[in-house]
Design a protein around this ligand. Structure first.
Ligand code: BT5
Length: 318
């Protein structure tokens, strides 16, 4: 109770609030105030303490309250259950394990930090504490493994819509990148479990750089975040809510009506084409004009000799 009241006081002030003021306003001892500050910090609130000045709540957008997020999802009747842990090696690895153990569709594994976040083909994905979203959602669609590429495109369409709702102008770079101003702000990893060709579970892992201000050297030229583009912090809870809402909605549509129904959303946000690109597949590179996608999610590239290639997997350089 005291921690909540303390938080309220800190929220009301844009400058330092003295310990004395908090203790007299809330009728608490100074030791109790200190304890509440410590427990707020343990919850993820960034509170600065300066001798003779007091306490300052630095950046509330860093805190993703799983309870608040869950309450908003419930209120909006979105059947997603948040399974949150402050720090995980990878939400994807945990979600894949839970899926194998029979976790229901709609389980969303989240974390404030990933110590071993994964991209495709074993590439690393960076998720520093409290600045990004790392979410892996379990779906159990009635689908064939061959439809997986279009499921990834569906997640990309949903993520782009969510970013648009937050006031950004995202562009989808086939197959799984979302760009802002030409730099990667979001990556998507789709993994499946199943037998024969039937999918028993599909795990959509989505990483969004929300308030990340500094990237490791290798990413400095290629990555960006919502906060860098906007010039101020963005609520991770709001971003997570929008993302999960759109992801649920578009995956429902995908399952009931097929990718055809989602495709216009994907097209709306995709990098415009024709566009000269280089396709990168393992060690092979193919230069040509990007001509859009086929109904099965493969990318069409026309090379100089006029031949049109269907690209099933890989990435593109623009
Ligand atoms: C992806 O792979 O873009 C898929 C990323 C999926 C991450 C989510 S977070 C939640 C869930 N849990 C996980 O462990 N993973 C998923 P790919 O297309 O292979 O791109 C990987 C490349 O992106 C790396 O080789 C880096 O160049 C770059 N990269 C790494 N971290 C980045 C970041 N935070 N922002 C932008 N680019 C990044």
């Amino acid at each position: 109770m005291g921690a909540e009241e303390t938080l309220k006081l800190l929220r009301q002030s844009s400058t330092y609030v003295s310990g004395e003021k908090i203790s007299s306003s809330l009728n608490l001892s100074r030791t109790a105030v200190w304890k509440h500050i410590q427990s707020l910090r343990a919850m993820g609130y960034d509170i600065k303490a300066v001798r003779n000045r007091g306490y300052l709540l630095v950046d509330e957008t860093a805190v993703l309250s799983p309870d608040k997020l869950q309450a908003r999802l419930n209120e909006a009747c979105i059947p997603i259950t948040i399974d949150h842990t402050a720090s995980l090696p990878s939400t994807q690895t945990k979600a894949m394990r839970l899926a194998a153990e029979g976790a229901p569709a709609g389980t969303a594994v989240t974390a404030d930090e990933q110590t071993g976040g994964r991209g495709r083909l074993g590439r690393p994905w960076s998720t520093p504490f409290g600045t990004a979203l790392a979410i892996s959602v379990i779906f159990r669609p009635e689908m064939d493994m061959r439809e997986a590429p279009t499921a990834t495109l569906t997640a990309a369409a949903a993520a782009a819509e969510a970013l648009e709702e937050l006031g950004f102008t995202p562009q989808i770079k086939w197959p799984n990148d979302i760009l802002l101003n030409g730099k990667k702000v979001c990556g998507i990893l789709t993994e499946m479990q199943g037998e024969e060709d039937r999918v028993s579970s599909l795990v959509m892992g989505i990483g969004i750089n929300v308030n990340t201000r500094e990237f490791p050297e290798a990413l400095q030229d290629i990555a960006t975040s919502l906060a860098i583009v906007r010039g101020s912090s963005v609520s991770r809870e709001e971003a997570a809510f929008r993302l999960l809402s759109r992801l649920h909605e578009r995956m429902e549509q995908f399952q009931h009506e097929g990718f055809q129904a989602v495709r216009p959303v994907w097209e709306k946000h995709a990098l415009s084409h024709p566009k000269p690109v280089t396709v990168v597949q393992n060690r092979r590179k193919l230069k040509g004009m990007m001509k859009g996608i086929k109904a099965d999610g493969t990318l069409l590239i026309e090379t100089e000799d006029g031949e049109v290639h269907s690209i099933v997997s890989g990435g593109i350089d623009i």
